[in-house]
Design a protein around this ligand. Sequence first.
Ligand SMILES: NC(=O)c1ccc[n+]([C@@H]2O[C@H](COP(=O)([O-])OP(=O)(O)OC[C@H]3O[C@@H](n4cnc5c(N)ncnc54)[C@H](OP(=O)(O)O)[C@@H]3O)[C@@H](O)[C@H]2O)c1
Length: 256
Amino acid sequence: MTTTADAAGTAPLGDRVVNRMGFGTMRITANPDRDLAIRVVRRAYELGVNHFDTAAFYVSPGGTLGVGTGEKRYAAELLRAALSPYPSEIVIATKVGTRGQKPLRERIEANLQLLGVDRLDVVNLRLADNAGSLAEPFAELARLRDEGLIRDLGISNVTVAQLDEAQTIAPVVCVQNAFGVDYPDRTLLDACGQRQIAFVPFFSLAGTDREKGTPATVRDHQQRLAWTLHQGPHVLAIPGTGSVEHLEQNIAAGAM
Ligand SMILES: NC(=O)c1ccc[n+]([C@@H]2O[C@H](COP(=O)([O-])OP(=O)(O)OC[C@H]3O[C@@H](n4cnc5c(N)ncnc54)[C@H](OP(=O)(O)O)[C@@H]3O)[C@@H](O)[C@H]2O)c1
């Protein structure tokens, strides 16, 4: 029997509830075959994934992974091609960084356009390493949320002090930080559990090789994912892959 994304149960993400096994779209632009990338996303949905993570800067060539040649492929646009019109149970989280030149509003509008929606479900403010105060950009995002362009806000690559600061400005529904067997620091995971915030780890498989991807020496992908999900009922996994076979293996890990 095929394991589906509800095998690891569900958890709140803001006032919505999603299956704890989700899907990260950063890897799908690495695939030169657009149809295959779309097939991976559709297969994820068929298997019950209803929480997808993306970003307007997941683009090849020249984006986060910097691979591929020829026509630009945006993960968010592939997500739209695969799933739009979006079924009502789907929650799409996207993110904006703090470093770019463009105003946050323009970056939010780029996400709206790529995804083909009037309002973004979740936007994470992604901080640079060792960033200081997030007050200014997070307050700007809160204003865009008040205007109706965003439903819920999260933060990414943060410390507890930055989470404290964000919560004085607007509600935080999720925190995305690197976490997994190679990043075992539980500080944010536990802080989120105490505050009823979803904790959404990235690089749970890729580990310290980060954007380069999972090293070939790693063979225990399912165990890594299962271990991550077992760290708390508020942990939502978003493993990334450009392969249907790997996707199915990852979803099966939710039953372990
Ligand atoms: N907030 C942030 O700052 C941030 C940063 C990075 C990523 N993210 C999000 O988090 C998601 C997860 O991160 P990630 O994709 O970088 O890392 P990951 O999920 O930890 O690992 C992905 C790597 O593992 C490989 N892989 C996946 N499943 C596999 C399997 N069953 N067997 C063998 N290899 C497997 C993938 O290669 P194949 O494609 O060949 O399967 C890829 O190299 C991203 O997609 C993105 O949405 C967020």
